[in-house]
Design a protein around this ligand. Sequence first.
Ligand code: ADP
Ligand code: MG
Length: 312
Amino acid sequence: MPLISEFDLIQQYFFQKKIKNPENTLGIGDDCALMTVPTGYELAITTDTMVEGVHFFPDANPWQLGYKLLAVNLSDLAAMGARPIAFSLALTIPEAHSIWLAEFSKGLFDLATQFSVDLIGGDTTSGSLTLTIQAMGLVPKERAMLRSNAEIGDLIFVTGNLGDSGLGLEIEKGYKCPSPEQILKQFHQPIPRVLEGQAINGYANACIDLSDGIASDLKHILKKSNVGAQLDWDKIPLSKEVFRYIQETDNWQMPLSAGDDYELCFTVNPEKVDMIKINCTQVGIIEEKLGLRIRRLGKTDELKGKGYEHFS
Ligand code: ADP
Ligand code: MG
């Protein structure tokens, strides 16, 4: 099996010859990277880790791992309305296998190139496969879309469809879907809503990215903003594959409670909805009465749904 030293590994797979963003004044090669935050901006910082056996299967495709690790981090920046400029990579791998590293770094850089974000540093150690990225972006000062900013009467929107990634996981576990290609692509290669996040920043009040399903993620907005909400089942955007899955299984809660969609969920004052220029769907409304409800088949019920909890 082709193995490689730590120094060569960084040089060969993670060193970028050219830094794309002028804010990144020093990249890989010293004890720290250096960044400048332009006047009038704040630095948005996020970290996400993926662990073998917890977030992905042991035989996961390394290209997809690299892509998705960066995608989930960029999705957090998108939810704040930030423009991503840099990330660092902490890589813990059982062995330095060059084919795995080549594929993993290709997945990473394919997405990094798409959104012009620079890899400016990291750390490399041996151990059970654990992948961590810290991503950084710029957001105009005091303009980040906080979870605490939702207001009573705001309309609730989501980008894309809900539940495609949840169905992707079902397909991976053996569910038979007649046309799985698009669904599996959404599951393994979600496109972080980086452009949408920046586009709505300015008129959207609160925003969150859907990593655990709207039933649990929207509740974070509700708690922080001290408000409630009602969703309208008939308005939830579903792909035809998810629609078919629900008809077959009766599991209508799947698209609301399954994770990994990485769509944005945001709230907008009704007087500002004309400003929305991105593709999105209104799915509900922020209310004074606390809790999350859903209107379905003429009845309004409390919407349960806990996200994935690592320690329960
Ligand atoms: P130190 O001992 O000072 O932590 P390292 O030998 O760990 O330095 O790293 C050398 C340089 O390579 C540093 O600039 C570090 O940021 C970078 N680096 C290490 N691992 C990675 C990685 N997986 N991806 C990107 N940069 C890395
Ligand atoms: Mg180090």
